[in-house]
Write a protein that binds this ligand. Structure first.
Ligand SMILES: Cc1ncc(COP(=O)(O)O)c(C=O)c1O
Length: 418
């Protein structure tokens, strides 16, 4: 906008006064710009730069006809916030744009997105093929609630490239997560999707690690993308949210599942997520640089057995990852050499001053989780994925990487290897 018109108090030219035209951005504009301005309708919000939080569970009607039109779906009026809410829709439009989907359903958590996607694609008598490195509660949902509903699930090792022999006549869903958040195995998403689609199987992927900035699975042959927005999309460890993105054909059953589960997102969380999205490119650039710097430093440390970071050229899946990702997030794992005594493990973790012990990831703060000290289910999965018992997962935050390296350095100095 020409600041001169504002300062001199002159009437603005017509094209400046119709603000919402200014924000109908062309598809060729850069993602960073589109995250900021896509679908903003400032006229509708009295010129306010930020969308208001429509803090309301319901919307009322001035007359019978408006009510009947809304019920019949012939008007775009809002009815009830579990179904649609303007603040939540503003978020959904931006996430759909980022993933290159036709629409998005924002959910109350990542598990809300995952369970709604599985319930929308599978019914009693169906079979699901799922990568063994998937998030633990996803597996618990499949083996517990979905099994109880008559859905059978089998798991394939993340290094397996040919899954055609595992697809059955009743297989309806292939569920992927790349990379997995323990071993960081990279899947050949286009090839696995191709095999599934040839057999008429719907492909779902958890894309939380890469964020839609660094991987767009719909362009790799996937049908449905799910996210825990609690991680990088939220980015500040202050909200729980999730998202489901797909093309037009899958949107109605996905939305119905999320709505009937009561898993849709509320407007206050949607506002926080909108606020976070504006800095996603900046934060991810810093996460990426910090993560690579810490991972590279750990790789050269004499007490380190190996570093599992897809962005390191030494990582076994690196070349495949380069074909699918346009950047690296900052969640990765390190395996230390075995200590002289188990107490050393506690000593190493307790000596850390900047890193906190925490199970989540993707926030501004650096975290570390010792995987040998987690649940039996995680430990069993860790063994199947070939990880040793001195395996730690790090979520690298936005601190100065030199400080993070100093912190790890002083903690490792106290760690005595056998
Ligand atoms: C890879 C992955 N997917 C999904 C989830 C579930 O997300 P939420 O905690 O938002 O339900 C998590 C949570 O840690 C996760 O790590």
């Amino acid at each position: 906008m020409d600041i001169g018109y504002w300062v001199l108090g002159l009437p603005m030219p017509v094209h400046y006064s119709i603000l919402n035209i200014q924000y109908q951005l062309s598809g060729t504009m850069h993602t960073t710009t589109r995250i900021l301005h896509e679908n903003d309708d400032r006229e509708m919000q009295l010129g306010s730069v930020n969308p208001p939080i429509y803090h309301s569970s319901l919307f009322t009607f001035p007359n019978m006809q408006e009510f009947l039109d809304a019920q019949a779906g012939t008007s775009s009026r809002y009815i009830y916030s579990r179904h649609r809410n303007p603040t939540v829709e503003a978020l959904e439009q931006k996430i759909a744009m980022l993933e290159g989907g036709d629409g998005c359903i924002a959910t109350a958590s990542g598990m809300g997105a995952i369970t709604a996607a599985l319930l929308a694609t599978l019914k009693s008598g169906d079979h699901a093929l799922v990568v063994d490195s998937c998030y633990g509660p996803t597996r618990a949902f499949l083996d517990g609630i979905m099994a109880g509903l008559g859905v059978t699930t089998i798991y394939f090792h993340p290094e397996q490239r040919d899954i055609s022999g595992m697809l059955r006549a009743n297989t309806r869903a292939l569920y992927l997560e790349s990379p997995g958040s323990l071993s960081f195995h990279i899947l050949d998403v286009p090839e696995l999707s191709r095999q599934a689609r040839e057999a008429g199987v719907t492909v779902i992927i958890d894309n939380s690690w890469a964020t839609p900035l660094y991987q767009q699975p719909l362009s790799l042959g996937v049908d449905i993308v799910v996210h825990t927005g609690t991680k990088y999309l939220g980015g500040h460890s202050d909200l729980l949210m999730g998202a489901i993105i797909s093309r037009e054909d899958w949107l109605p059953p996905l939305r119905q599942a999320a709505e009937l589960l009561g898993a849709t997102l509320g407007p206050a969380e949607a506002y926080l997520a909108l606020r976070s999205l504006r800095t996603l490119p900046l934060r991810m650039a810093q996460h990426q640089g910090n993560g690579l710097a810490v991972a590279a430093w750990l790789s050269d440390h004499p007490k380190v057995r190996r570093v599992l970071h897809p962005g390191l050229p030494t990582f076994p899946g690196h070349e495949l990852a380069r074909q699918q990702f346009s950047g690296w997030s900052s969640l990765f794992a390190v395996e230390l050499l075995p200590p002289v005594s188990p107490e050393q493990r506690h000593g190493f973790v307790d000596a850390l001053q900047i890193f906190s012990i925490g199970v989540s990831w993707g926030g501004y703060e650096s975290l570390l989780i010792p995987l040998h000290a987690t649940t039996p289910a995680v430990m069993a999965q860790r063994q199947r994925l070939g990880l040793n018992s001195d395996h730690y997962r790090l979520s690298i935050g936005l601190e100065d990487p030199a400080d993070l390296i100093d912190d790890l350095s002083q903690a490792l100095a106290r760690y005595e290897i056998a």
